[in-house]
Write a protein that binds this ligand. Structure first.
Ligand SMILES: Cc1cc2nc3c(=O)[nH]c(=O)nc-3n(C[C@H](O)[C@H](O)[C@H](O)COP(=O)(O)OP(=O)(O)OC[C@H]3O[C@@H](n4cnc5c(N)ncnc54)[C@H](O)[C@@H]3O)c2cc1C
Length: 442
């Protein structure tokens, strides 16, 4: 197994102080041992893998999910909980040029369907995931960004058929959304916030009830063809599966399968969570709203006041990964938090952690077969927005195995992932890319 970040990234260190762990206990999944045979093996137990398992087990197939870490180890158990539009970074112009107006519409419709999919899962399985927020609000970090909101509102209305609200800086103050810098706002009435670990473990229960087998601490070390199927090896077992779904996103390896080499770009995102803020502290800052929000930077900050009045604040993480870098990275998050919410500069943030997201050269998610490996499928690359899109992609890739809904996956998400330059050393381009984005944000 070859992975492009240091081992520290894939261990318990970066998520040691994850707030979500305090909110719900992890279920007990056994380690996979010995030999077994199933219809479908799924590598990775996050939103993608569990949503796929749920659909396949519900359709009567035998399914085993192999997860390298403990339950909820990956990004799905440690994200910001924004169940929102997104999943790719492709522009409308590029979508139209490459896939036509119909392709663009289908792509934007899938973003909405992804949110609806999660909302439906919560309802269907009676999962209480501490949801809040009616859509999301973008805060302009400068006047130039605010001046673009009229055009952006028109584009959102055309893409999603909803009416966004445009707010002045004064409006934001009266809405209880005052930061040190916001020059205006754009509210998009789609999406909501949730506790990602409660959502994940809720669908885990549903997948188990549907008949899926889930194994933790069961890292897949190889996937080899055997007859019409595949053999997946873990340290303690050998699983024979007719078909395999790769659901490893930012925790993927270059050789699982080899097709993935240089086709995914893992990147870190970091989050802090404060202690509960008092009403007086909320009013002192002028932020009393539970609306989820992010700023208009390319290197954006995302933040929301949770139902228990703790503030969650996240942004891109470091380029390197080690205990020292992790510490520095969280210090940087704290600095940006203090700059945006100066009234809270003395408020403790006892929780802070990092995790991996996944980018693709095409700037779109991928859902579909692994080229050149019949029987292998993959769903990944949500560009830091995989609560909704990862869930939907897992559901849709399961549909591929069941020969259902194939036409519902937009063409843009069917185009196989392209290769990044520099192979295993592709992370070298990231500092320059971040710098360019930072300059564009000025
Ligand atoms: C700090 C942070 C904040 C984020 N905030 C948001 C947000 O607010 N909204 C949003 O939409 N998205 C957010 N994201 C992104 C979102 O969490 C991810 O896109 C989504 O969780 C991806 O789900 P997944 O199931 O594809 O991957 P993951 O949840 O990462 O799961 C992949 C799993 O594969 C396992 N794995 C890897 N290799 C192997 C192997 N060889 N054998 C067995 N198992 C293996 C890993 O251990 C891991 O658990 C955030 C991400 C991070 C890190």
């Amino acid at each position: 197994m070859t992975r492009i970040f240091p081992d520290y990234t894939y261990g318990p260190g970066p998520r040691a102080k994850c707030w979500w762990d305090e909110t719900i206990a992890a279920p007990d999944w056994p380690t996979f041992e010995g030999e077994a045979r199933v219809d479908v093996a799924i590598v990775g137990g996050g939103f993608t893998g569990i949503n796929a398992a749920l659909r396949l087990a519900g359709a009567g197939l035998s399914v085993t999910v192999l997860e390298a870490g403990p339950p909820g180890f990956g990004a799905s158990g440690r994200n910001g909980g924004f169940c929102c539009l997104g999943g790719g970074k492709i522009s409308n112009a590029a979508l139209t040029r490459q896939f036509g107006a119909e392709g663009r519409r289908a792509y934007r419709a899938a973003e909405m369907a992804a949110i609806e999919h999660v909302a439906a899962q919560l309802k269907l399985f009676g999962i209480d995931a501490d949801t809040h927020s009616k859509g999301e609000t973008v805060l302009a970090h400068n006047d130039r960004a605010a001046s673009h909101f009229i055009k952006e509102a028109a584009s959102v209305a055309e893409d999603y058929g909803v009416e966004p609200g445009i707010h002045s800086a004064q409006d934001l103050t009266s809405m209880g959304m005052a930061t040190s810098a916001a020059r205006g706002g754009l509210s998009i009435p789609l999406g909501f916030a949730l506790n990602p670990r409660k959502y994940l473990f809720g669908i885990v229960d549903a997948a188990i009830a549907a008949g899926a087998t889930l194994a933790a601490h069961s890292r897949v070390t190889s996937i080899a063809p055997e007859g019409d199927g595949h053999v997946l090896r873990t340290e303690q077992g050998r699983l024979r599966a007719d078909r395999v779904i790769i659901a490893t996103n930012g925790y993927s390896s270059e050789d699982l399968p080899g097709w993935l080499a240089a086709r995914y770009m893992p990147a870190q995102s970091s989050v802090l969570v404060t202690r509960p803020l008092t009403q007086a502290e909320l009013e002192a800052q002028g932020w009393t709203s539970h609306q989820m929000a992010y700023d208009s930077r390319n290197l954006l900050h995302y933040f929301r006041l949770m139902p228990d009045n703790r503030m969650l604040f996240g942004m891109r993480g470091g380029i390197l990964s080690s205990p020292r870098v992790e510490k520095l990275s969280l210090q940087r998050v704290r600095q940006d938090f203090d700059a945006m919410f100066p009234a809270w500069s003395d408020v403790e943030s006892p929780f802070g952690w990092s995790g991996m997201v996944c980018l693709a050269r095409n700037r779109t998610p991928y859902i579909g077969p692994v080229p050149g490996r019949p029987g292998l499928f993959a769903a990944m690359a949500y560009h830091g927005n995989g609560v909704a899109m990862g869930s939907y992609a897992g559901h849709m890739v399961a549909g591929d195995l069941l020969n259902q809904d194939a036409d519902a996956v937009p063409a843009a998400m069917r185009r196989p992932m392209g290769r990044f330059p520099f192979g295993r050393f592709r992370r070298v381009v990231v500092p320059a890319a971040y710098l360019a984005m930072k300059v564009a944000d000025l």
